[in-house]
Design a protein around this ligand. Structure first.
Ligand code: FES
Length: 535
């Protein structure tokens, strides 16, 4: 006889519907996504509660669902983006689309839930919106367009009215390097992310920390079987694992491990004998998912189990397994000769293309790969090698001409022909002019340029993850990567120039131009991040 088992039940209202679920020790996010199929709240870091992607309303107040136990919301009214007034939702998603405030769209539903809960009078107040955004992370947009979208909603002024979304999607795809949608549905979280499209009832597999996967019926059970321990942020100092070579240099630079920090953790799913869902649904992840293990694991496990298997990485898995931007150490002479060293920890992909890209910009330097302990690095992350070398070349020009400090103008031209001109004012504001061939859609081009500005400033000033003597990553929380908050992102002016050539991506050019301008404005200190790191 099966022993009687008492199972508590929890009743709550979700998007206006009374539902009852087992009162297990699970989070509200797990109930919403995995039991109720509500996919607008996203899981970017659960249960760290730090990215804001799973923000919902509980009795009208914003809550981060991944750190809210379902038992604590018994009898309460939970609202996701699906459940808010359709007109309000349409206003917000249109504003985000019209102003380029959503690129991959993974962070957007949570941000809309936060902003839509604000008093409308505060939506036009940049300081109030910036404060509200402190609860969120966005890696794509650089925040400015989100602040603009909030202001547009506060004044009921829409952005572009006659816009060709197919052209906008073409520009977005050129910038992200993969298929990318543009439109209100993206802002509503409908980018088609693999973990949203997995069939209900699929087995769930998560990395077990020993090179394999723990497989179970639910994400909760799989993570419990894997012994998932929530990652922490360390107080360890950032290391610069490659030494600057000895020499009398005009310019030196040492950098550290930098996390690509894409918001959507790697995910895939596969039916037995089928093709796995790609982890790059609506964004390029800055090249960080090109060698993702998730699709191959989903295919193998589906065949092994004879059932559809959904593979889901936690934020900690992404940090441990995903590739980092490689640390470098460089010493350059005034004549452009010198040495550039690049870290290549065990498990890293080949850096031959990275090395070639450096040589294409700095033909007079020797490039050396250095084996150091650390997480795997990739030679395929955005602008790999070309950006580093272009920044060094621009900085050397500034040093030669004695033009360091604010106001120095950096000009860049990518091998594809994109042009960027950047300078920082004494007050820290960024001035950027960019041309990338046929514009196709100025809103999208500007949005990607702003995103690259934000990433450049973060890379130079604040980003990096701590690694111990053995190469183990110590900083496992999404807040410890040093991504600049909305409040720490300065004013940015972008001018998009007409350019008759074919459309080419501007992101790498902007990344290089603004990184060089920010470094030069700071007086070319020999280490990045210049402000010590940490977000
Ligand atoms: Fe914010 Fe991609 S749009 S993380």
């Amino acid at each position: 006889m099966v022993p009687a088992r008492h199972v508590d039940r929890v009743s709550l209202h979700v998007d206006g519907e009374l539902i009852e679920v087992p009162g297990d020790d699970v989070s509200l996010l797990e109930v919403l996504r995995d039991r109720l199929g509500k996919k607008t709240p996203k899981d970017g870091c659960s249960p760290q509660g730090q990215c804001g992607c799973c923000t919902v309303w509980v009795d009208g107040s914003t809550r981060v669902a991944c750190v809210t136990s379902v038992r604590r919301v018994a009898g309460r009214h939970v609202t996701t983006l699906d459940g808010i007034d359709p007109e309000v939702r349409a206003t917000w998603t249109a504003a985000f689309s019209d102003l380029g405030a959503s690129q991959c769209g993974f962070c957007t539903p949570g941000i809309i839930m936060r902003l839509a809960a604000l008093d409308s009078a505060r939506l036009g107040d940049e300081t109030a919106v910036g404060r509200a955004l402190l609860a969120h992370l966005c890696r794509c947009t650089g925040w400015k367009t989100i602040v603009e979208a909030a202001a547009a909603v506060s004044t009921s002024v829409s952005g572009s009215t006659r816009r060709d979304l197919a052209s906008a999607a073409r520009r977005a795809s050129i910038e992200s390097g993969g298929p990318q949608l543009v439109g209100p549905q993206v802002a509503a979280g409908g980018g088609g992310f693999a973990d949203d499209t997995a069939p209900a009832g699929a087995l769930v597999a998560v990395p077990d920390g020993r090179g394999g996967y723990a497989v179970a019926e639910t994400l909760h059970e799989a993570r419990a079987a894997a012994g998932k321990v929530q990652g922490r942020r360390s107080t360890a100092a950032l290391r610069h694992p490659v030494e600057v070579p000895a020499g009398a240099w005009a310019l030196t630079l040492a950098t550290t491990f930098v996390e690509p920090a894409y918001l959507e953790p790697d995910a895939s799913w596969c039916e037995p004998g089928g093709e796995p869902a790609g982890p790059l649904a609506n964004g390029g992840a800055f090249g960080g998912k090109l060698a993702s293990q998730a699709p191959a694991a989903a295919r193998r496990l589906a065949d092994e189990h004879g059932r559809c298997v959904r593979v889901v990485f936690s934020r900690e898995d992404v940090v441990r397994l995903g590739p980092k931007r490689p640390p470098i150490a460089a010493g350059l002479r005034v004549d452009g000769t010198g040495i550039v060293r690049v870290a290549r920890p065990p498990g890293s992909s080949p850096l031959a293309a990275w090395v070639e890209a450096v040589r294409s910009v700095l033909p007079g330097v020797d490039v050396e790969e250095v084996a150091v302990p650390g997480p795997p690095v990739s030679g395929a992350l955005r602008g790999a090698g070309w950006v580093e070398a272009s920044v060094l070349a621009a900085a050397l020009d500034a040093r030669r001409s004695g033009a360091t400090g604010p106001g120095h103008v950096v000009e860049m031209r990518s091998p594809a022909g994109a042009r960027g001109r950047a300078a920082l004012s004494a007050d820290g504001s960024v001035h950027l002019t960019v041309a990338g061939g046929q514009v196709l859609d100025e809103v999208v081009l500007r949005s990607y340029a702003l995103g690259a500005v934000h990433q450049a400033l973060g890379w130079v000033r604040a980003e990096g993850i701590a690694v111990d003597d053995h190469g183990e990553v110590l900083d496992l929380t999404i807040r410890s990567f040093g991504v600049l908050s909305a409040r720490d992102t300065p004013s940015v002016q972008v001018v998009v120039e007409d350019d008759p050539g074919p459309a080419v991506p501007v992101g790498d050019t902007v990344l290089a131009a603004v990184a060089a301008a920010a470094w030069t404005a700071a007086g070319l200190p020999g280490r990045w991040p210049t402000q010590g790191g940490g977000g």
